[in-house]
Design a binder for this molecule. Sequence first.
Ligand code: PEP
Ligand code: MG
Length: 746
Amino acid sequence: MLLRRLREIMAEPVNAQARLDKIVVNIASNMVAEVCSVYVLRADARLELFATEGLNREAVHQTTMRSGEGLVGLIAESAEPLSLSDAQSHPAFSYKPETGEEIYNSFLGVPILRGGNTLGVLVVQNRVRRAYPEEEVEVLQTTAMLLAEMIASGELQSIVRPGADIASRGPLALSGSAVADGVGLGHVVLQRPRVIVRQIIAEDIKKEKARLDDAIGIVRDSIDQLIKAGEEDGPGEHRDVLEAFRMIAHDPGWLRRLQEAVVTGLTAEAAVERVQNNSRARLQRSTDPYLRERLHDLDDLANRVLHQLTGQPLVTANADLPDNAILVARTMGPAALLDYDRKKLRGLVLEEGGASSHVAIVARALGIPAVGDIANITSLVEQGDAIIIDGATGEAHLRPPPDVQAAYADKARLRARRQEQYRALRDMPAVTKDGVKIDLHMNAGLVIDMPHVEETGAESIGLFRTELQFMLAPQFPRVNEQVTLYKSVLDAMGAKPVTFRTLDIGGDKALPYMRKFEEENPALGWRAIRIGLDRPGLLRSQLRAMLRAGGGRDLRIMFPMIAACGEFDAAKAMTLREVRRLAAQGHETPASLKLGIMVEVPSILWQLEEVLARVDFLSVGSNDLMQYLTAADRDNKRVSGRFDPLSPPLLRALKGIIDKAAETGTPVTLCGEIGGRALEALALIGIGYRGLSMAASSIGPVKAMILALNASEAREFLAPRLAAHDGAASLREELRAFAEARGVPL
Ligand code: PEP
Ligand code: MG
């Protein structure tokens, strides 16, 4: 009866306050309670009385309490219903004189939940001491679902006082980790859109029961099929997730809760949402990581059932993307991001996943600003919410107030103007004021990187990270697929050279389809060339693909993580064997073949002479070289910033390489991150580096620095400081002052 009446009220063309007032009157009379009140959570974390039947009307929009304060605050905080026959003797009871509630003894309150988050609290009270039966708790929870929809829809925003925004609609500043540089302003598009339950109350309970059973049956079957289909591929992480799904889908407790919810008069989809809301509220507050992980499984399963019931799409399709989309996802695979039209994407927000995730690599290659590790973001946003992200700081501003919007719009404009200036430098050679030419190359790893060569005016691809193709693929790419990629890269480059690096996997770069070996110290473990030499089949097929793609052209190949001459000798022998094999089969061999190594393992620094006698070129991998020289994990935030590459000892190590290579005239480039930072690049030029390879977005800023720099001045500035042996931990500030005094832009 009540639910039917409430449905009518929801459809009436009245204003939000009038609708709320009618709702509380009807609940009170139907539940034979003297009081019914609605409290709504505000952005300032206070609960405000929005409507009441029975308490003093003057208290509406006046009475507020903190979350955690009083019985209402307790419900908001715990997200659990609370039923008391003697409310005033409860230790949390807090008396608000303006409401006149001292005469009421019994109290029943339920949280108004959405996505497991508390939006408000709904309360009924009675003068007599009474225990509220379970059915009444159920009915009140169902009514709370209607209110949740009303609050989330933004309808109540029209009746809030200025400065007292509703929490779920108010601004929220969130911070996570920086994933891909850039500022993005736009509107939220959930990658997995939340199902909108349009009809909460059932017309026919029997029919809803049947719908629920059917949907669960279909979802169960589809999980069984997925497991069966995956059986040929052997065990894997994916399989574990599906097994967990299957377990939950057959869990009698879950099924019972769903069926009970339908019996109270909900539609099948509302029942799923209600049960999921309660589980979310409970598990979100759990500190047990295992339970929190199960929450995701439960969410995914509930979502599948909901989509089955409503026919709404599980994933936002590219065609449904608006022009200024900021994609919000819990997690996302790199291939999924590639499915979307780059032109419509203004940004990416991940709940789980930071700078080293695979999707981060793709976001950077596409030039999409991205932030990661933003806790709970998928349940805090509504589709279409305004949002701003700052990929440099890892901040996200949800529903930003006008001043934040204005500040970021300025920042974005400034950035665009600077990009414009960098573009103007594209065809200008990177020559210092005293006439020293610096070769600027680009790091790449995907076909989508290729247009950047043209845009930036890079002289070559100084580092092509071939492992990215392997990381994005669902299984080992076949030789033909590798040939296709390498060929398209060479084709896109025309006359400009490409330096392909053989697979650098292991350590933090895992392939989902390759068996993982637990290692105590993965960075010091079985990775890169070590895997290549121990499992020659893999390296051989990659070399074959490179040689075939490079038929008739100039080809450059380098090997990562070489720690001893013998490793290069073995890799070189393998390469030459493949060349001979190719020739014997009548294939065209490369017009020229240059082989080199990454200098990134410290042991190489003390065998440069032997190395230089063997290789055609060197490429300094400063990311790894610095991590190994200082024994500080490059991906561990606690230690990665501990030592400055701009310190005399580390600069001396880098200078030793270039000085030694100069004796044999062997070309050297540096392809680690420091080459792409203007101040660090300045120092590298000062110690003698003339070739730097960097991310596309760094070429403009580094070139602008070079054009204003006097290289011999930089050399003279650094030489005495490297010779001083005074224990300086960093030359950063001195170098910055050097640049500023000479008007060198950083
Ligand atoms: C390096 O180590 O500096 C490098 C360029 O390679 P990666 O970052 O791929 O390890
Ligand atoms: Mg490296």
